[in-house]
Design a protein around this ligand. Structure first.
Ligand code: ADP
Ligand code: MG
Length: 240
């Protein structure tokens, strides 16, 4: 069974349709790349899945259960973790405290401080960040902030991780590391991942399947290899 099933998802802002009848599914344990140029509706799709926005219409099922219209807290407790394109850490707090707060937020019931810290350390370890209680967000560069976004999402113990533009602002080496990290998270933890980027690059070497959006609509679904060969995809990325 698909872990995530999106069917006919549409989101309008006034008269503008940002996400237009989008359907795709993600198998358990899969890494799906959700690609498309800037403004094609990728983040809005994530926001509808994770409850930051209420879809105008359509269905979102997690493990067979309808979740469209649930709040962000509710989808998080059900096992959807997400990162934000623009990192949103609590500045001045330690990395450990940032991740521990996320652990509390994602827990389906009350968890003790010790348990939150345990989940936080595990998440920081996976994201290759320091686990000590002293290191704060101060001085974290673009790569560090992206890792902290990942750690905060992982601390909520997601079944499904929605990673939004994890490569933004990174250099080539950091991009490769970020891609390897997402692959490791899937391989070692079995976490299903939907990974959004506006560039194909290193993403194609890691994902199992690709969905491409343009102007809010799906224009392609297939393997990374097929994506590279597809004329419509080339047009969106290289211009007509
Ligand atoms: P992407 O993540 O693919 O770059 P977005 O999902 O952020 O694209 O945006 C898709 C389109 O929807 C863009 O044209 C954007 O300007 C518009 N949009 C996004 N959020 C809002 C909003 N809250 N109100 C109005 N328009 C929005
Ligand atoms: Mg976006």
């Amino acid at each position: 069974m698909a872990l995530l099933e999106v069917a006919g998802l549409t989101k309008r802002f006034g008269g503008f349709t940002a996400v237009d009848n989008v359907s795709f599914s993600v198998a358990e344990g899969e890494i799906l790349g959700l690609l498309g140029p800037n403004g094609s509706g990728k983040s809005t799709t994530f926001n509808c899945i994770a409850g930051m926005l209420r879809p105008s219409s359509g269905s979102v099922k997690l493990a067979g259960e309808e979740i469209a219209g649930l709040t962000a807290d509710a989808t998080c407790r059900r096992g959807i973790g997400r990162t934000f394109q623009i990192p949103r850490p609590f500045r001045g707090l330690s990395l450990l405290e940032n991740a521990a707060l996320a652990a509390h937020y994602g827990a389906s019931g009350h968890i003790t401080r010790e348990e939150a810290l345990r989940r936080a350390r595990e998440a920081l370890r996976l994201a290759q960040l320091p686990e000590d209680p002293e290191t704060t967000t101060q001085g974290l560069g673009a790569a560090g902030l992206k890792k902290l976004e990942l750690a905060r999402a992982l601390a909520t113990q997601p079944k499904l991780l929605l990673a939004d533009e994890s490569l933004g602002g990174l250099d080539a080496g950091e991009m490769r590391q970020a891609a390897e990290m997402l692959k490791r998270i899937r391989d070692e933890r079995g976490i299903t991942i939907v990974w959004v980027e506006h560039i194909m690059g290193v993403l194609l070497s890691v994902v199992d399947r690709v969905v491409v959006l343009d102007h809010g609509a799906v224009i392609f679904q297939g393997t990374p290899y097929e994506a590279q060969e597809d004329a419509k995809v080339a047009e969106v990325y290289l211009g007509p």
